[in-house]
Design a binder for this molecule. Structure first.
Ligand code: ADP
Ligand code: MG
Length: 700
């Protein structure tokens, strides 16, 4: 049988499987073919390389494996409890073996005086070591057991176990499978990559991952297979990027510069940071290149993305095109709108705000002037994506806080023009490098890695309810200095209904604690006008305290606010806390972030919050978040489609990803269409991967 046919052979024809087990494998773990079975990797291995001696067993040692003879098989009855016991003796001493279930069967099968290899969890009862329900294997004629070594453990479901298809059974089937493979698995990577990255062959890796001959070989196999997984992902994303650049000509935005210059010379409110200047150059070069820009702008909270967006939009308008800026919430869209229309006033460049609550006739006007090109800049929410919003010549779409938008929405924006507009995605949620490479891997990336000068770090403290008076004291002091305070409460989600009680109660409590100050409330259930009013009153300084849910999380800018209080801080993700903290420390004053923990907070929860206290570096927080929660759970990744890898773990395999990325770049740099015979294995693997839809659905 050739390799391709073997790979697709229905699993029931694998020796030791048969129709009944095949059905279980299909239904319970989606293993349909011999290939699927081979790719059903163990989740870990049990180290059974060592044979312990009875005399040298250590207390606290989790497992033990001994070799010896069985004697003294006896039934012990104590009241209603029965157990079967036997003694295993090697040349140094003995341990007790016990069984509480299946007694009759086991008693019949044990042979006193015979030699066994015994493995199991070690317990100490009184002075004696014992192993309950050990795995037993009879050794006869001095033959070495196959099960001495690194034993694979496979995931099985309850249903499989009940039918006898446990890890051990899968191991046996797998052994059969591996022993009967009539060929060498073909290679998917090219010779040069194998040697440069010191990768073992695919055949070796696939054998060793199930039945490794040593810990070192297992490591090599894992590295090779993770590398392969990530290499093909990167290769595909890089190809997507290159392909888009080749195929989408993109509108040429020449650097004519009238408005940009005027703004720059006369109306710029502050000197740009070095990072802002660098990023602007990257964006403008991209847009002038004649190819479509798809760029991700990563900049921590407060790094000054808005002005970068504004100047990018101005260069587009300079060239006679239109620009749109999309934000995830009404509040944010409004805020951008106010900031941008302020900036633009002296230049006499019109700008409009388009959201779900824009009045009908106003909306009509905006749509008309977008269509005939009189309106050069529009700011809005996803209302911009609606069918009837058409542009005369949209050249740039800025998407703020991308993690709230799905990939599909990104695509919709591209269809707003015959030639797809340039796309600038801005995110304030710093993304660990691994995720940037995998989720946004088809984009070019710019990083604002410098904060505007004069920012004082926000003093962050973790307080328990018993320290409440400290909090009141601090808030009182800041209010007296004329500063403002955010006070955030979590929303509690109960069976799809959001519970606003903590917020409402908190609001009353805060009002009572600070009777001489004006307190506003802001939450998602208020209507648009109410929200706007509350926000405006706070922004204008008419209210000193804003009690809110996380609607204020992203982007809101009130520089006079100097305290952020977060109740039940343990209920928020690190990325969210980082965003919330970013609402303060925007002025020249010293700011504070107070994390209030519940009295019964776990040690782990406390450690998580401690990360916030110890650093303000959004990238470090993001890395930590990823490490603590794993990739699947990270905010911002959920909508992006689940990144599921068979082996690779984005929170741990950074170094593998980096090497795989480098290799993929090397390959495409020298041979973008993979025409070299050297790259034949890569090309054909890529083709078959593209055919197996399930894989690509994850990244498309
Ligand atoms: P974000 O990147 O979080 O969107 P913003 O664009 O809202 O940040 O900027 C945060 C604050 O910093 C704003 O008040 C803005 O006016 C100010 N700012 C931006 N760039 C600079 C700069 N180069 N120098 C001083 N202040 C700046
Ligand atoms: Mg912003």
């Amino acid at each position: 049988m050739d390799e391709r046919r073997w790979w697709l052979m229905p699993v029931e024809y694998v020796k030791g499987v048969g129709p009944r087990r095949a059905q279980l494998l299909r239904e319970e773990v989606s293993v349909f073919t011999a290939g699927d079975l081979l790719m059903y990797f163990p989740y870990r291995h049990l180290d059974r390389t060592r044979i312990d001696l009875a005399a040298t067993l250590q207390e606290g040692q989790p497992f033990a494996q001994l070799r010896g003879r069985i004697s003294d098989i006896r039934l012990v009855e104590r009241g209603p409890h029965r157990r079967l016991s036997a003694t295993l003796t090697d040349h140094t001493g003995s341990v007790e073996l016990t069984w509480f279930q299946g007694i009759r069967y086991i008693r019949k099968s044990l042979i006193a005086g015979a030699e066994y290899l015994v493995f199991g969890r070690l317990m100490k009862l009184g002075r004696h070591f014992s192993i309950a329900h050990p795995e037993m294997e009879r050794i006869s004629g001095g033959t070495e057991s196959r099960r001495v070594g690194l034993v694979p453990l496979y995931t099985t479901t309850e249903k499989m176990k009940k039918a006898g298809l446990d890890s051990r059974a899968i191991e046996d089937i797998m052994r059969q499978l591996m022993e009967n493979i009539p060929f060498t698995f073909s290679e998917t990577l090219s010779e040069d990559i194998l040697s440069e990255y010191k990768l073992c062959s695919r055949h070796h890796a696939l054998c060793q991952i199930h039945f490794p001959s040593s810990e070192a070989e297992l490591k090599k196999a894992l590295f090779r297979l993770k590398f392969e997984e990530l290499f093909f992902l990167r290769l595909q994303l890089l190809q997507l990027n290159l392909g888009r650049k080749r195929e989408n000509p993109g509108l040429e935005v020449p650097r004519t510069n009238r408005l940009v210059k005027e703004f720059y010379q006369h109306h710029l409110p502050f000197p740009l940071t070095g990072a802002q200047i660098r990023v602007l150059r990257e964006i403008r070069e991209d847009m002038a290149s004649g190819r479509q820009m798809s760029r991700l702008l990563q900049g921590d909270v407060g790094s000054g993305k808005t002005i970068v967006a504004l100047l990018s939009m101005l260069s587009v308008v300079d060239a006679g095109f239109q620009a749109a800026m999309m934000a995830p919430t009404e509040i944010l869209a409004q805020q951008h709108y106010y900031a941008i229309s302020d900036y633009l006033k002296p230049l006499r460049v019109p700008v409009a705000l388009l959201t779900g609550s824009t009045p009908r006739n106003q909306r009509q006007d905006i749509l008309t002037s977008l269509r005939d090109g009189r309106l050069p800049i529009v700011v809005g929410t996803h209302a911009l994506l609606e069918e009837d919003v058409k542009f005369r010549n949209l050249a740039l779409a800025v998407i703020d806080e991308q993690h709230r938008f799905g990939v599909a929405q990104r695509g919709k924006m591209w269809q707003k023009n015959v030639v797809p507009p340039h796309v600038l995605i801005m995110t304030a949620t710093p993304i660990p490098r691994t995720l940037a490479l995998t989720i946004y891997g088809d984009l070019d990336v710019s990083v604002l890695d410098e904060l505007p000068p004069g920012r004082k770090p926000v003093i962050t403290r973790l307080l328990l309810p018993s320290q409440h008076s400290q909090l009141l004291h601090l808030v009182q002091g800041e209010l007296a200095k004329g500063r403002q305070v955010y006070w955030v409460f979590p929303l509690i989600e109960e069976s799809e209904k959001l519970d606003y009680t903590p917020l409402l109660k908190g609001y009353e409590q805060v009002k009572k604690s600070f009777p001489q100050w004006s307190v506003e409330m802001l939450h998602g259930r208020m209507n648009q006008a109410e929200k706007e009013q509350a926000m405006q009153r706070f922004a204008r300084g008419e209210a000193q305290i804003l009690v809110a849910t996380t609607v204020i999380e992203v982007g809101v800018n009130v520089p006079n606010a100097s305290v952020m209080v977060i109740e039940h801080a343990e209920r928020f993700g690190l990325a969210q806390l980082h965003q919330l903290r970013g609402r303060v420390g925007r002025g020249a004053e010293q700011s504070y972030c107070i994390l209030l923990a519940s009295p019964n907070i776990s040690a782990e929860g406390r450690a998580r919050l401690q990360v916030m206290v110890s650093t303000q570096d959004g990238f470090r927080i993001a890395e930590e978040d990823l490490r603590l929660r794993g990739a699947g759970d990270l905010e911002g990744t959920r909508q992006s489609g689940n990144m599921r890898f068979r082996l690779a773990d984005l929170s741990k395999d950074v170094h593998v990803l980096q090497q795989a990325d480098r290799a993929a770049r090397q390959v495409l740099e020298g041979d973008p269409f993979l025409v070299s015979p050297l790259h034949e294995p890569i090309k054909s693997t890529l083709n078959s991967l593209k055919k197996s839809e399930s894989f690509w659905r994850q990244i498309a």
